[in-house]
Design a protein around this ligand. Structure first.
Ligand code: 9YT
Length: 127
């Protein structure tokens, strides 16, 4: 059994920051669950371009609102608390946060810990 509280992740190597978000990683590959689970804050007024070519990600918004642009399929979605999106086709996308957004994110395969976006918004596959 694994039990963790968000405050235990603060200022540890399970907290990863970029210019537009901070990701607190409850579960990582080393935890052996087959997925990773993150509590991610997207800062208000920011735009983040992402393209997870090596991972599938599901994102459940629990606070805030913004716009998701699917650049692969030329579609746009309003995202608010209570909305989930799943990048089932590794879609290239942009998230525009109107307010601060809080997201519960699941990655398959799991992240190993320190991943942050490269210049193309991609997470590398780390062993
Ligand atoms: C919503 C989103 O994908 N934000 C980028 C951070 C990522 N979800 C993470 O590593 O938690």
């Amino acid at each position: 059994m694994i039990v963790r509280s968000l405050h235990e992740l603060t200022d540890t190597d399970r907290e990863t920051r970029s210019e537009t978000w901070v990701s607190r990683r409850f579960l990582l590959k080393e935890d052996g669950m087959g997925f990773s689970l993150h509590d991610t804050i997207i800062h208000a007024g920011t735009t983040t371009e992402m393209h997870y070519q090596n991972h599938l990600e599901a994102v459940y918004c629990i606070e805030g609102k913004g716009t998701l642009k699917d650049l692969t399929n030329n579609q746009e979605f309003a995202i608010e608390a209570g909305t989930m999106y799943a990048l089932s086709g590794n879609e290239h996308h942009i998230l525009i946060a109107e307010d601060q957004m809080r997201m519960v994110c699941v990655f398959n395969p799991p992240l190993t810990g320190p991943e942050t976006h490269d210049e193309n918004g991609v997470y590398p596959l780390l062993e």
